[in-house]
Design a protein around this ligand. Structure first.
Ligand code: NAD
Length: 486
């Protein structure tokens, strides 16, 4: 057991120097490590083992060996273990929240209220699906069998670390697959706690394996591995494309959850006093580091002044600071590279002539260190500007004005991405019609509650495949037709 502490935050890890392979904590084949930095203090809080292709080989061999027994295990028995995993996440929620806060700067209140409970939901959903899912159906003398695809390589990002992990691991193991997980090298701590939790839940050796390390080393070795049947990656478009290329020679299934630049279209009849503040809060949730964050607010030109005032007021009232303080709403950006990217994009917005309503370049006043970023709102943004086209992945909102609803829809679709979208309006018929015209995988009308069953994934360059609920579960299944079944 290793205790990590920084900035009043402390986490007991099972280990940080080993991988979880075939049911055991295992040192890397070649000793090497990677630093983990607390973005609130910029201090190194841990060194985690850094894997290589050799470690991936060992993990894949374990997963391959475990596949026949795990895939043949009864659905009830798989559901029972998922139930234990779910219970253990809830039991250990405080340790998981602290790890998330330490590794990526999540405000502790946000980690407790969102990052951990929503991660647990993916496990509950996978367990519940098993009670009703029909793995065999027979129609017209032909049986259709849905079988686990095999060994899955799972590659996850740093922004919602545990949530992205459970969104993949839970449906994969529920389906009867075995897995090799590579979490983000920038946020590997909650993943170590999760591996121990799976062990304690009684998951058989080899069903779940964890190898930490960098994308070009461990991630690329997973993507190219001849004994892996499927890859699911959540990350940047750059990494998603590289994974697909590396996976192509072995003809793996590749599902990709990639970037986004989601619109929030406020129709003329929206309730602006509510829709604007909620839109700002949605865009800046998790410090804007969400792939589906609605970062382009598209508003009627004749309401622009009112929208600007409401947006600036909401952004200025946000409490940015030490993630360990209960009142903090936004902690720091999760890492230095991302902080630098966000700063460069704020500068780009100024250079392109967008109107700065609040925020701007530099750290939040009062902080000499830590990647604290000022919640920034630009107005009079043209859809062609870089800040309207490129994913910023930080607390930066663009307000874009329209004259007609047709023009608003065209602006919403004026992006290479198609992950999320929001539409606000009191005439539900009109809002639904506009939702149908938006090319995106998930459209939210009037800020509904999160639905873990709603399929999530991208049109266009936001990816391929779907996660969550039934659709996410079925990604991990093959389809077999037995003709002449009788
Ligand atoms: P990233 O692409 O840098 O890293 C994601 C993962 O891919 C990491 O584990 C990384 O090590 C790995 N990786 C990097 N290069 C690789 C390679 N050549 N081969 C194999 N693996 C490689 O992304 P990030 O910065 O961690 O996350 C932010 C990005 O993720 C944003 O673009 C965001 O929109 C996207 N994202 C998408 C979703 C979604 O569901 N669509 C959710 C969260 C984040």
């Amino acid at each position: 057991m290793t205790t990590l502490s920084s900035n009043n935050d402390s986490v007991d890890l099972p280990t940080s120097q080993q991988f979880y392979i075939n049911g055991c904590w295992t040192p890397p084949a070649v000793p090497a490590s990677l630093p983990v930095v607390n973005p609130a203090t910029e201090e190194v809080v841990a060194e985690v083992a850094r894997g290589s292709a050799e470690d991936v080989d060992r993990a894949v061999a374990a997963a391959r060996a475990a596949f026949p027994a795990w895939s043949a295990r009864s659905v009830e028995s798989r559901a029972q273990i998922l139930g234990k995993i779910h219970a253990l996440i809830l039991e250990r929620k405080e340790a998981l929240a602290q790890a998330l806060s330490l590794e990526m700067g999540a405000a502790i209140s946000f980690a407790r209220a969102m990052q951990v409970p929503l991660a647990a939901e993916h496990v509950r959903v996978a367990r519940d699906l098993l009670s009703s899912y029909r793995f065999r159906t027979v129609e017209g003398g032909t049986a259709i069998e849905r079988e686990p695809i095999g060994v899955c390589g799972l590659i996850t990002p740093w922004n919602w670390p545990l949530y992205q992990i459970t969104a993949k691991v839970a449906p994969a193991i529920a389906a009867g697959c075995t897995v090799v997980l590579k979490p983000s090298e920038l946020s590997p701590l909650s993943a170590l706690l999760f591996a121990q939790l799976l062990h304690d839940a009684g998951l058989p050796p080899g069903v779940f394996n964890l190898v930490n390390g960098s994308g070009p080393e461990v991630g690329a070795a997973i993507a190219a591995h001849p004994d892996i049947d499927m890859i699911s990656i959540t990350g940047s478009n750059r990494a998603g494309a590289l994974v697909a290329q590396a996976a192509a020679p072995t003809v793996k299934r590749v599902t990709q959850e990639l970037g986004g630049k989601s619109p929030n279209l406020l129709l003329p009849d929206a309730d602006f006093a509510k829709a604007v503040p909620l839109g700002v809060m949605s865009a800046f949730r998790n410090v804007g580091q969400s792939c589906s964050a609605p970062t382009r607010m598209i508003v009627p030109r004749n309401r622009l002044a009112e929208v600007e005032a409401l947006a600036a007021q909401t952004a200025n009232a946000l409490i940015v600071g030490d993630p360990q303080l209960e009142d903090t709403q936004l902690g720091p950006i999760a890492n230095r590279a991302q902080f630098d990217r966000v700063q460069a994009m704020i500068e780009a917005g100024l250079d392109e002539g967008a109107k700065l309503l609040c925020g701007g370049p530099g750290r939040v006043p009062g902080f000499a260190k830590g990647f604290y970023t000022r919640p920034t709102v630009f107005s009079e943004v043209d859809s062609g500007m870089r800040i309207a086209q490129e994913e910023i992945f930080g607390p930066v909102l663009c307000i874009i004005a329209y004259d007609t609803v047709d023009e608003a829809v065209a602006i919403a679709n004026d992006t290479v991405y198609g992950l999320g979208a929001h539409v606000q309006g009191q005439d539900l018929e009109l809002a639904r019609a506009v939702a149908s015209r938006i090319r995106a995988g998930q459209v939210h009308l009037n800020y509904p509650a999160w639905n873990p069953m709603a399929p999530f994934g991208g049109y266009k360059r936001s990816g391929n495949g779907r996660e969550y609920g039934l659709y996410g579960f079925e990604e991990y299944l093959e389809t077999k037709a037995i003709v002449g079944f009788g």
